[in-house]
Design a protein around this ligand. Structure first.
Ligand code: NDP
Length: 456
């Protein structure tokens, strides 16, 4: 790619994640020859844009070698800012015609604005080789995701559309695949005969942090489970692919998601809750419902849990429990595989017989395997030991990995069109049931482990 055009240059995503991710990539010499262009509806001077770029590049610049600093300087010296309303006919097309191609267009815009911007483009106005990068949430229902897919498909080929899932850094994806498919001992037990349940958890200790405008219309189910956690679930559950190239892997992911559903009654297969006032690590957190910009009557959940079934030979009957929430006392970002108990524990053993658990931590990627061992001193007494390993990390930030995929034309980390629709298909019955209040909206104090009665 010759040019990276960021639409929404003044937005939060651009300043906090995209530009720092880009800086890390550039400073490692992995975006040679790239020109950065920012665009937004604000009437910014070139200096205002430059100031934003410099601020976001500062961290990478201070850590870079001489070559990296030169590259960052080159980007700063050649970058430009353009004021435009992307939804107005002809404006984005006009800018695309001016830029040196091929261009990657990053829609760092509110989802509705991204959709209107794509609808304002005609196929002939998008030069060959252009890549379109769409942020989450991709649509707001199966129908709207399909509609957006149709709009995009008229503009560029599918392999030039990147539906970003930044949660899945390349290292994390490859770590899961490496663990599962480069070890003979796991695959024979990786099925319903030996696995009791799989939990995928993303608990944050961050609260709303001023993001009511977006979050109150989304909630935990749409924000985290619809996109990120279903993708991780699919990687944990796929059949062994012939290769880890884009086609084989994305086919395998799509097959798992097509077989997945959440069964009624939703009061049993799902839970939702909202945090009330509390404190996290000595920091006072106000009641979510009273936060500025929140409409309490909407009943937006800040913690969601769903039990997904994968209806195929390998996984029939194994619950995949996906949970994510805000303002929780302990931060957790992991997949936990719980194995079935042994069929017979020889008489004579005492102590606690824990189930074997394999825990894969995400960002930093870690692996922990809990096994029963004979305890110290009393050899017949069972005890738990944990085998630990740190998995390889990427030198890029998550958004650096996303951008590298876009700039090198690798769609591996992008969600494919059919999968984007399927993720909504899986969750839509739950969203409808919750809108009818079919599952109670429970409460938990900020800083706690969740509502009383939920599994710990
Ligand atoms: P913001 O509201 O902070 O920024 C949106 C940007 O879009 C602003 O720069 C805004 O400019 C610009 N904009 C709005 N309307 C137009 C228009 N008609 N023409 C040109 N520019 C316009 O949103 P975020 O940065 O938080 O989010 C952007 C996207 O990224 C969303 O899809 C979000 O879901 C996703 N995302 C965000 C994350 C985050 O942490 N922020 C994390 C993951 C995904 P102006 O203010 O001048 O109107």
């Amino acid at each position: 790619m010759k040019t990276l055009l960021i639409l929404g240059a003044s937005g939060d995503l651009t300043g906090r994640l995209l530009l720092p991710g880009l800086a890390r990539l550039v400073s490692r010499g992995r975006a040679a020859g790239l020109t950065l262009v920012g665009a937004g509806s604000d009437d910014w001077t070139p200096d205002q844009w430059l100031e934003r770029v410099e601020e976001s590049f500062a961290d990478a610049n201070s850590q870079a070698e001489a070559y990296g600093r030169r590259e960052l300087k080159r980007i700063r010296e050649t970058t430009s800012y353009h004021r435009l309303d992307v939804t107005a006919e002809g404006q984005l097309a006009g800018l695309l015609a001016e830029l040196e191609g091929p261009v990657a267009v990053y829609f760092a815009l509110p989802p509705r604005v991204s959709q209107l911007a794509c609808e304002a483009l005609a196929p002939g106005q998008v030069p060959a080789g252009t890549r379109l990068v769409m942020e989450k949430p991709f649509g707001s229902s199966e129908e709207s995701a399909r509609h957006l897919n149709h709009t995009l498909a008229a503009l560029v080929p599918e392999d030039h559309i990147h539906r970003v899932d930044h949660f899945l850094g390349k290292a994390t994806v490859l770590n899961i695949l490496g663990l599962r498919f480069a070890n003979t001992f796991l695959e024979p037990v990786w099925n319903r005969n030996h696995i009791e349940k799989v939990e995928i958890v993303f608990d944050e200790d961050l609260a709303l942090e001023g993001r009511a405008r977006y979050y109150d219309g989304a909630g935990a189910l749409r924000d985290m489970i619809q996109s990120h956690l279903l993708q991780i679930m699919a990687l944990m559950a796929i059949e062994p692919p012939a290769s880890v190239d884009e086609r084989d892997l994305r086919d395998a992911v799509a097959t798992v998601l097509r077989a997945s559903s959440i069964k009624a009654p939703y009061a049993k297969s799902t839970r939702r809750a909202r945090y009330t006032a509390g404190s996290i690590g000595g920091r006072k957190v106000p009641d979510y419902a009273k936060e500025e910009g929140v409409d309490a009557a909407r009943g937006t959940e800040t913690l969601a849990e769903v039990e997904v079934e994968i209806n195929n030979w390998r996984w029939q009957g194994v619950p995949f429990i996906l949970r994510s929430g805000k303002a929780l006392g302990t931060k957790r970002k992991e997949a936990v595989v719980t194995f079935r108990p042994v069929p017979h524990l020889p008489r004579g053993f005492t102590g606690v017989d824990f189930p074997n658990q394999l825990r894969i931590g995400f960002g930093p990627d870690t692996l922990q395997f809990d096994v029963d061992v004979n305890g110290p001193g009393e050899v017949l007494s069972l005890d738990r030991a944990t085998l630990k390993a740190e998995l390889s990390a990427s030198e890029l930030l998550p958004y650096g990995e996303v951008l590298e995929g876009v700039l090198t034309g690798d769609p591996l980390l992008s969600v494919r069109a059919d999968t984007a629709e399927d993720c909504w298909r899986i969750l839509e019955p739950v969203l409808k049931a919750w809108a009818r209040d079919s599952a109670p909206l429970e409460e938990y104090a900020a800083g706690s482990a969740g509502p009383d009665g939920w599994p710990r």
